[in-house]
Design a protein around this ligand. Sequence first.
Ligand code: PLP
Length: 388
Amino acid sequence: MHPLYLDNAATSFPRPAEVVEVLSEWGGRGSAAGRGSHAETAATDDLVLACRTAIAELTGTDSARHVVLTSGCTESLNTVLLGLLRDGDSVIASRLDHNSVLRPLHHLQQTRGVSTRLLDFDPESGILNPDQLKQLLADSPVRLVILNHGSNVIGTIQPLEQLVAIAKAAGALVLVDAAQTAGHETLSFTDWQIDFLSLAGHKGIPGPLGTGALCIKPGREDLLQPLMFGGTGTQSESALQPSQCPEKFESGNRNTPGIAGLLAAANWIRSQTPEAVGEQVQTLSQQLRDGLAKIAGVRVFTPDSGARLCGPVAFQLDALSCHDAAVILDEEFGIQCRAGLHCAPLVHDTLGTSEQGGCLRFSPGPFLTEADIRRAISAVAELIGEVV
Ligand SMILES: Cc1ncc(COP(=O)(O)O)c(C=O)c1O
């Protein structure tokens, strides 16, 4: 029985062949971007620029220089949260947020008195409440609004353009967490006037682990203190960290093999188009959600409300804890999935799944077929048949 990987919300698998090929090629090469005076260095510089440009195109960002390459969405989010927020600042986040947002905010509350108010989502629709956002913005001044674009638990995609417009109209800065949606959704960073957009390079964009990016609206880099200081290969005579993008936020040698893989993954998405990849994942998610919902003893949390879906489908079994079910699904049925809170504890307060330790999550990727989804649904039905 071959394994069926349903954990793409954690990281993508399989990855396109061209991603795997360039990882091994660049892993064996000896040159560092921005350092050295030989042809290999120039080739590496070209690679890094090509990667920035590809990410800029995928996100609708006008300035490739304002695409900072990071180790993942967590680093991108921390670069903004820790770099921007100061004593007494007020932030709006939401119950859909991942711990890569919630934990830095908690740390900032403890260390700098940054206060956070949380937007709710409707469990029936999986969508954040725009009227509540307007109300919170009207109640008191807000420095930053953080918007989760696609939930890594229930899979719903927010009407981002509308929510960004509400926040911008109130004069707040906006940080978008597009960890789950970049590569699957059309993004218009510049046109929608987003200030910061953080993404993972290894989820919706099927690049290697340890890759990600942060898009910064030109000029907004001046608002951020860098998290790290060090060599950038530029202005080396100065004791000061360069003030311009991307060097301000890219100290130390870059992860060139990862960047080569990220470029190959971004090019793969561009060749397919994000719309087509997103559509395929959406179709599989809907099939999964609808099929699971028909099984007696399964409670599905991914809404059937017409909201767009980015992959993850969340559910519980009446007869078995999610952790036990995940182990049996792996060992007996070859289904690789995830159980628990999925690093997004507040989602479960709203769903009412905290006490049971969270839920099961199946997250399909673009290489799966409808037959794979039927196999996953049958495995759950069979498992329930075994235990009741
Ligand atoms: C919504 C969301 N934000 C942020 C992250 C963190 O991403 P990374 O693993 O690239 O740091 C994840 C990872 O699961 C996520 O799902």
